[in-house]
Design a protein around this ligand. Structure first.
Ligand SMILES: [Zn+2]
Length: 237
Protein backbone atom coordinates (compact mmCIF):
# COMPACT_ATOMS: atom_id res chain seq x y z
CA UNK A 1 0.00 0.00 0.00
CA UNK A 2 1.35 3.41 -0.91
CA UNK A 3 2.24 5.36 2.23
CA UNK A 4 2.37 9.18 2.38
CA UNK A 5 6.18 8.80 2.28
CA UNK A 6 5.95 6.73 -0.93
CA UNK A 7 3.78 9.39 -2.53
CA UNK A 8 6.17 12.14 -1.44
CA UNK A 9 9.17 10.22 -2.81
CA UNK A 10 7.45 9.62 -6.13
CA UNK A 11 6.42 13.24 -6.34
CA UNK A 12 10.04 14.24 -5.72
CA UNK A 13 11.27 12.10 -8.62
CA UNK A 14 8.66 13.63 -10.91
CA UNK A 15 9.59 17.12 -9.69
CA UNK A 16 13.27 16.38 -10.43
CA UNK A 17 12.42 15.42 -13.99
CA UNK A 18 10.48 18.67 -14.40
CA UNK A 19 13.36 20.69 -12.90
CA UNK A 20 15.80 19.24 -15.43
CA UNK A 21 13.42 19.89 -18.30
CA UNK A 22 12.80 23.49 -17.25
CA UNK A 23 16.52 24.17 -16.75
CA UNK A 24 17.23 22.95 -20.27
CA UNK A 25 14.32 25.01 -21.60
CA UNK A 26 15.53 28.17 -19.85
CA UNK A 27 19.11 27.73 -21.19
CA UNK A 28 17.85 27.25 -24.67
CA UNK A 29 15.51 30.23 -24.35
CA UNK A 30 18.42 32.48 -23.33
CA UNK A 31 20.39 31.43 -26.40
CA UNK A 32 17.38 31.94 -28.63
CA UNK A 33 16.83 35.48 -27.35
CA UNK A 34 20.52 36.32 -27.63
CA UNK A 35 20.57 35.34 -31.29
CA UNK A 36 17.12 36.63 -32.18
CA UNK A 37 17.00 39.05 -35.07
CA UNK A 38 13.83 39.63 -36.99
CA UNK A 39 11.04 37.07 -36.99
CA UNK A 40 10.29 34.79 -34.05
CA UNK A 41 11.17 31.22 -35.17
CA UNK A 42 7.85 29.72 -34.08
CA UNK A 43 8.41 26.41 -35.87
CA UNK A 44 11.75 25.96 -34.11
CA UNK A 45 10.19 26.75 -30.73
CA UNK A 46 7.49 24.15 -31.44
CA UNK A 47 10.10 21.52 -32.34
CA UNK A 48 12.31 22.15 -29.33
CA UNK A 49 9.30 22.09 -26.99
CA UNK A 50 8.06 18.82 -28.47
CA UNK A 51 11.54 17.25 -28.19
CA UNK A 52 11.90 18.28 -24.55
CA UNK A 53 8.44 17.04 -23.68
CA UNK A 54 9.18 13.67 -25.34
CA UNK A 55 12.55 13.08 -23.68
CA UNK A 56 11.59 14.14 -20.17
CA UNK A 57 8.10 12.69 -20.50
CA UNK A 58 9.71 9.29 -21.09
CA UNK A 59 11.73 9.71 -17.92
CA UNK A 60 8.55 10.57 -15.99
CA UNK A 61 6.72 7.54 -17.44
CA UNK A 62 9.63 5.24 -16.63
CA UNK A 63 9.58 6.32 -12.98
CA UNK A 64 5.80 5.80 -12.91
CA UNK A 65 5.98 2.30 -14.33
CA UNK A 66 8.58 1.30 -11.74
CA UNK A 67 6.45 2.81 -9.00
CA UNK A 68 3.35 0.97 -10.18
CA UNK A 69 5.14 -2.39 -10.25
CA UNK A 70 6.69 -1.79 -6.85
CA UNK A 71 3.37 -0.90 -5.22
CA UNK A 72 1.64 -3.81 -6.90
CA UNK A 73 4.28 -6.23 -5.67
CA UNK A 74 3.52 -5.05 -2.13
CA UNK A 75 -0.26 -5.26 -2.63
CA UNK A 76 -2.06 -8.40 -1.63
CA UNK A 77 -3.34 -9.27 -5.10
CA UNK A 78 -3.26 -12.38 -7.20
CA UNK A 79 -1.84 -12.88 -10.64
CA UNK A 80 1.09 -11.32 -12.38
CA UNK A 81 0.88 -8.08 -14.25
CA UNK A 82 3.64 -5.87 -15.52
CA UNK A 83 2.88 -2.22 -16.02
CA UNK A 84 3.64 -0.52 -19.33
CA UNK A 85 4.85 3.00 -19.98
CA UNK A 86 2.48 5.51 -21.54
CA UNK A 87 3.58 7.41 -24.63
CA UNK A 88 4.86 10.96 -24.24
CA UNK A 89 2.39 13.78 -24.90
CA UNK A 90 1.71 13.97 -28.67
CA UNK A 91 4.06 16.33 -30.54
CA UNK A 92 1.09 18.30 -31.84
CA UNK A 93 -0.08 18.92 -28.27
CA UNK A 94 3.37 20.23 -27.33
CA UNK A 95 3.50 22.38 -30.47
CA UNK A 96 0.10 23.87 -29.64
CA UNK A 97 1.35 24.82 -26.16
CA UNK A 98 4.41 26.43 -27.76
CA UNK A 99 2.29 28.45 -30.23
CA UNK A 100 0.11 29.68 -27.39
CA UNK A 101 3.10 30.48 -25.16
CA UNK A 102 4.89 32.67 -27.72
CA UNK A 103 1.86 35.00 -27.92
CA UNK A 104 3.45 37.64 -25.63
CA UNK A 105 6.41 37.96 -28.05
CA UNK A 106 4.08 39.47 -30.63
CA UNK A 107 2.49 42.24 -28.56
CA UNK A 108 3.25 45.95 -28.93
CA UNK A 109 5.58 45.41 -25.95
CA UNK A 110 7.11 41.95 -26.49
CA UNK A 111 7.39 40.13 -23.18
CA UNK A 112 9.86 37.21 -23.43
CA UNK A 113 9.70 36.55 -19.69
CA UNK A 114 5.94 36.05 -19.91
CA UNK A 115 6.42 33.70 -22.86
CA UNK A 116 8.96 31.61 -20.98
CA UNK A 117 6.63 31.50 -17.98
CA UNK A 118 3.79 30.19 -20.16
CA UNK A 119 6.07 27.74 -21.89
CA UNK A 120 7.46 26.46 -18.59
CA UNK A 121 3.97 25.89 -17.19
CA UNK A 122 3.00 23.95 -20.32
CA UNK A 123 6.20 21.91 -20.37
CA UNK A 124 5.77 21.06 -16.69
CA UNK A 125 2.25 19.77 -17.29
CA UNK A 126 3.15 17.85 -20.46
CA UNK A 127 6.29 16.28 -18.96
CA UNK A 128 4.20 14.95 -16.07
CA UNK A 129 1.37 13.80 -18.34
CA UNK A 130 2.82 10.40 -19.37
CA UNK A 131 3.65 9.62 -15.74
CA UNK A 132 0.03 10.29 -14.78
CA UNK A 133 -1.21 8.47 -17.85
CA UNK A 134 0.94 5.47 -16.98
CA UNK A 135 -0.85 5.14 -13.64
CA UNK A 136 -4.33 5.60 -15.15
CA UNK A 137 -3.79 3.19 -18.06
CA UNK A 138 -2.29 0.44 -15.94
CA UNK A 139 -5.09 0.77 -13.39
CA UNK A 140 -7.47 0.02 -16.25
CA UNK A 141 -5.49 -2.92 -17.58
CA UNK A 142 -4.64 -4.44 -14.23
CA UNK A 143 -6.75 -7.60 -13.74
CA UNK A 144 -6.71 -7.00 -9.97
CA UNK A 145 -9.45 -4.33 -10.01
CA UNK A 146 -7.19 -1.40 -9.23
CA UNK A 147 -8.40 2.19 -8.87
CA UNK A 148 -6.51 5.44 -8.54
CA UNK A 149 -6.91 8.39 -6.24
CA UNK A 150 -5.80 11.98 -6.81
CA UNK A 151 -3.51 12.38 -3.83
CA UNK A 152 -2.93 16.01 -2.82
CA UNK A 153 0.72 16.81 -2.35
CA UNK A 154 2.94 19.84 -1.96
CA UNK A 155 2.35 22.91 0.20
CA UNK A 156 -1.06 23.90 -1.17
CA UNK A 157 -3.75 22.11 -3.15
CA UNK A 158 -6.38 24.01 -5.11
CA UNK A 159 -10.13 23.59 -4.57
CA UNK A 160 -10.60 21.74 -7.86
CA UNK A 161 -8.03 19.11 -6.91
CA UNK A 162 -9.34 18.84 -3.34
CA UNK A 163 -12.81 18.16 -4.66
CA UNK A 164 -11.55 15.35 -6.91
CA UNK A 165 -9.35 14.00 -4.11
CA UNK A 166 -12.34 13.93 -1.76
CA UNK A 167 -13.80 11.09 -3.79
CA UNK A 168 -10.97 8.77 -2.79
CA UNK A 169 -9.71 5.88 -4.89
CA UNK A 170 -12.60 5.67 -7.35
CA UNK A 171 -10.95 6.54 -10.63
CA UNK A 172 -10.69 4.17 -13.56
CA UNK A 173 -11.67 4.62 -17.19
CA UNK A 174 -15.44 4.42 -16.74
CA UNK A 175 -15.46 6.63 -13.69
CA UNK A 176 -13.27 9.18 -15.46
CA UNK A 177 -15.05 9.08 -18.82
CA UNK A 178 -16.11 12.50 -19.98
CA UNK A 179 -15.21 14.02 -16.62
CA UNK A 180 -12.47 16.24 -15.32
CA UNK A 181 -10.79 13.49 -13.34
CA UNK A 182 -7.90 13.10 -15.75
CA UNK A 183 -7.26 16.80 -16.26
CA UNK A 184 -4.35 18.37 -14.40
CA UNK A 185 -3.78 22.10 -14.47
CA UNK A 186 -0.34 23.68 -14.87
CA UNK A 187 1.71 23.55 -11.66
CA UNK A 188 -0.57 20.88 -10.19
CA UNK A 189 1.49 18.57 -8.02
CA UNK A 190 -1.20 16.05 -7.15
CA UNK A 191 -0.11 12.43 -7.54
CA UNK A 192 -2.44 9.87 -9.12
CA UNK A 193 -1.80 6.87 -6.92
CA UNK A 194 -2.92 3.29 -7.53
CA UNK A 195 -4.93 1.60 -4.80
CA UNK A 196 -5.94 -2.08 -4.78
CA UNK A 197 -8.98 -3.66 -3.13
CA UNK A 198 -8.69 -3.68 0.65
CA UNK A 199 -6.12 -0.86 0.73
CA UNK A 200 -6.49 2.60 2.24
CA UNK A 201 -5.80 5.85 0.44
CA UNK A 202 -2.55 7.46 1.64
CA UNK A 203 -4.22 10.69 2.76
CA UNK A 204 -7.14 11.85 4.87
CA UNK A 205 -10.10 11.44 2.52
CA UNK A 206 -12.64 12.08 5.31
CA UNK A 207 -11.22 15.53 6.01
CA UNK A 208 -11.63 16.44 2.36
CA UNK A 209 -15.17 15.07 2.30
CA UNK A 210 -15.95 17.31 5.28
CA UNK A 211 -14.56 20.36 3.49
CA UNK A 212 -16.65 19.54 0.46
CA UNK A 213 -19.83 18.83 2.46
CA UNK A 214 -19.50 22.06 4.44
CA UNK A 215 -19.07 24.07 1.25
CA UNK A 216 -22.00 22.29 -0.37
CA UNK A 217 -24.26 22.95 2.61
CA UNK A 218 -23.41 26.63 2.32
CA UNK A 219 -23.41 27.04 -1.46
CA UNK A 220 -25.99 24.57 -2.75
CA UNK A 221 -25.54 21.99 -5.49
CA UNK A 222 -23.84 24.02 -8.21
CA UNK A 223 -20.25 22.75 -8.61
CA UNK A 224 -18.89 26.20 -9.46
CA UNK A 225 -20.54 27.69 -6.39
CA UNK A 226 -19.18 24.85 -4.24
CA UNK A 227 -15.64 25.47 -5.52
CA UNK A 228 -16.01 29.19 -4.87
CA UNK A 229 -17.20 28.46 -1.35
CA UNK A 230 -14.27 26.09 -0.73
CA UNK A 231 -11.85 28.80 -1.90
CA UNK A 232 -13.43 31.24 0.49
CA UNK A 233 -13.60 28.80 3.42
CA UNK A 234 -10.04 27.58 3.01
CA UNK A 235 -8.35 30.72 1.71
CA UNK A 236 -6.94 28.92 -1.33
CA UNK A 237 -7.11 29.13 -5.11
ZN1 LIG B 1 -3.65 19.32 -8.09
Amino acid sequence: MATPADVAAFRATQADVVTLALAELADWWQQLLALLTGDVPVAQIETVTADLVAVYGDAAALAAVDWYDELRDQADVRGTFRARMAEPAPREQAAAVARWAVGPLFGAQPDPAKSLEHLSGGVQRLVLQPGRQTIATNVDQDPADARWARVPSGPTTCAFCRLLASRGAVYHSEESAGGLATSFHSLCDCVPTPVWPGEQEPYDVDALVDEYSNARAEAGGNPKAILAQMRKDLGIN
